[in-house]
Design a protein around this ligand. Structure first.
Ligand SMILES: [Ca+2]
Length: 282
């Protein structure tokens, strides 16, 4: 592989040792970072230390008063979201970086002795890509000694599917081996069409459907229908973006027990945030 104008970069400098926010201010810096992503991907085995961080946010089972899983979120070293960084990357690099984030999350989960579910995001169009597919993430988990039964893959609905039939078939076959969730449900590209074609284990309701649910009868009716659908299809429903006790109470009364959001815990870098259950809505 040729790295063109970046050939002269010292491999040791590939370690992302300064917050890359500083480096991606301009397009040129973005391209430089992009190249580092590509090279770091090649260089990752067995232990490339990258300076982005994994933040963990609990997904809580309110009725059972336990933590169901932790979603791994990628953050810079100051704990800030780096969603904008994906936009700076070209197609292949974006999926490579997405894969790197999952690899880092698994490493961190092993180190932090995470013993519940680990929910990992992936961009849907990475499924057929050779070096950043789900298989590769799963293989890394096995290699790292992280049990695949603890893994949950969240399929983002924020990106359109290039081939929905292929995607649905891929997801369906994969769901026989690892738990799958449709992420951002209600916001994204294919929603019900995707749900008609696959059998995920869970759907994660987009926060736009959840926000202010306690005072919005129309959205209550929509969520009730999704909960009923989930029961019929044996799909768990998770509510994201829960920020207040009243939202949590309303969701619980709709039959949604799995919740995630600031009301329960902020995402935290390098630790597994705990939840104080006595303060919850149940
Ligand atoms: Ca997610």
């Amino acid at each position: 592989m040729s790295y063109g104008e970046f050939e002269d970069i010292d491999v040791d400098r590939l370690v992302w040792d300064v917050p890359y926010r500083e480096r991606v201010k301009s397009g040129i810096e973005g391209r430089r970072t992009l190249s580092r992503v590509r090279r770091a991907a090649d260089w990752l085995q067995p232990d490339g230390s990258l300076s982005f961080a994994t933040a963990f946010q609990p997904i809580v089972d309110v009725a059972r008063r336990r933590i169901f899983a932790y979603e791994a979120l990628v953050r810079d070293l100051n704990g800030n979201s780096i969603g904008h960084f994906f936009d700076l990357l070209g197609r292949e690099d974006r999926y490579q970086f997405d894969h790197l984030c999952r690899v880092q999350a698994i490493k961190d989960a092993v180190r932090l002795k995470l013993d519940v579910g680990l929910s990992l995001n992936f961009l849907p169009n990475s499924v057929g890509m050779k070096n950043c597919s789900l298989e590769r993430t799963l293989a890394f988990a096995r290699q790292a000694g992280f049990p695949s039964k603890q893994l949950i893959f969240e399929i983002s609905e924020k990106e359109g599917h290039e081939d929905l039939d292929f995607f649905a078939a891929y997801i369906d076959s994969f769901a026989k081996h690892v738990r799958m969730a449709i992420d951002d449900f209600g916001q994204g590209y294919s929603g019900l069409a995707l749900l008609a074609g696959v059998q995920p284990h869970m759907v994660k309701l987009d926060m736009a459907l959840v926000r202010g649910i306690h005072e919005d009868e129309k959205r209550q009716a929509i969520l009730q229908a999704i909960v009923d659908l989930g029961r019929r299809l044996d799909i768990d429903v998770i509510a994201e973006g829960v920020e207040t006790r009243r939202e949590a109470q309303a969701l619980l009364s709709l039959g949604i027990s799995l919740m995630q959001g600031f009301y329960f815990a902020m995402p935290a870098v390098d630790e597994l945030p705990q939840v104080c259950f006595k303060d919850l809505a149940a």
